[in-house]
Design a protein around this ligand. Structure first.
Ligand SMILES: CC(C)(COP(=O)(O)OP(=O)(O)OC[C@H]1O[C@@H](n2cnc3c(N)ncnc32)[C@H](O)[C@@H]1O)[C@@H](O)C(=O)NCCC(=O)NCCS
Ligand SMILES: Nc1ncnc2c1ncn2[C@@H]1O[C@H](COP(=O)(O)OP(=O)(O)OP(=O)(O)O)[C@@H](O)[C@H]1O
Length: 248
């Protein structure tokens, strides 16, 4: 199975490209979505965020206040590193499980839609590094318009990632999303047609690797179940032990 790492800068157009790819029936693993799932209440990363940032980053519902957390971490590299440390191992584990799942289902390719592909070192594990590019001024304008940010807020988000020109230089395939959406669509279709392996090749690789992949899937899933149970026991004990919920 071909592993395609899809990345770019914030608001350069990854989601737009990933929805084009998805319409071609290729599976997409969305790191931003996984980042939301691993911080649901009482999951290990949730407890870790709470003990690092305190209860002021919670909404009255008990969920993480993402706006509040964003305003902290996009202005403070040390806080951002702490958030990455709390969330990235769990995001990586979920990604691995999904990759194995798609491999075992005999998919010909799988796309990892990951904004921090290079920053987090995940580019080492993919066959193709696809960078969705637009010039930084266009990126800034799109980010301000989409998220209703001030230019200063938008700039600090852009600066929290590797500069888009550097990502461009690390790409194995570049999708230039500076122009129309139709132009981008054409580039994506060409990219998929050029890189997708044949069904024959996919079946050969699958038959060689399906046993170790299934074993690895079972091990990672087992580990996930045990660590989830352990986090719930610890959260329950901390409620019983004086109401300092999740702060132990
Ligand atoms: C900071 C948080 C709370 C902001 O949440 P919010 O819902 O406002 O934004 P969302 O998650 O949709 O992210 C939007 C974009 O911000 C950028 N971004 C997100 N996290 C980071 C980060 N740690 N460093 C640099 N850029 C980031 C990405 O380009 C992403 O596509 C959230 O992004 C988060 O928990 N980030 C840490 C986990 C992470 O690294 N996620 C990125 C995928 S691995
Ligand atoms: N070719 C294009 N022309 C004009 N606007 C575009 C184009 N491609 C994307 N946009 C707009 O730019 C904004 C950012 O695009 P998108 O949300 O796809 O970026 P992203 O890289 O996924 O962002 P993030 O890193 O925050 O997840 C959106 O409002 C989108 O509609």
């Amino acid at each position: 199975m071909l592993l395609i790492g899809l990345t770019g800068g914030i608001a350069t157009g990854k989601s737009s490209v990933s929805s084009i790819i998805s319409s071609m029936n290729l599976p997409i693993i969305d790191a931003d979505l996984l980042a939301r799932q691993v911080v649901e209440p009482n999951k290990p990363a949730y407890n870790s965020i709470l003990s690092t940032f305190g209860p002021s980053v919670l909404l009255p519902s008990g969920h993480i206040d993402r706006k509040k957390l964003a305003s902290i971490v996009f202005n403070d590299p040390v806080a951002r590193k702490k958030l990455n440390t709390a969330t990235h191992p769990d995001i990586r584990r979920e990604m691995l499980l999904l990759v194995l799942h798609h491999f075992l289902r005999l998919q010909r390719a799988c796309v990892l839609d990951t904004p921090l592909l290079f920053e987090a070192g995940l580019h080492k594990f993919v066959h193709e590094k696809v960078v969705v590019y637009c010039p930084e001024q266009t990126q800034l304008a799109r980010l301000i318009a989409r998220d209703n940010l001030t230019p200063t807020e938008a700039q600090s988000r852009i600066s929290s990632q590797m500069p888009i020109d550097q990502k461009r230089s690390l790409a194995s395939i570049l999708i230039d999303n500076s122009n129309s959406k139709e132009d981008t669509q054409k580039q994506v279709e060409q990219m998929v047609a050029r890189t997708l392996p044949s069904k024959f090749r996919t079946v050969i690789v699958w038959s060689l690797l399906c046993v170790p992949a299934a074993l690895l899937y079972g091990l990672v899933k087992g580990w996930e179940t045990c660590s989830g149970l352990w986090a719930r026991i610890r959260a329950r004990d901390s409620i019983r032990g004086g109401g300092r919920v999740h702060m132990d």
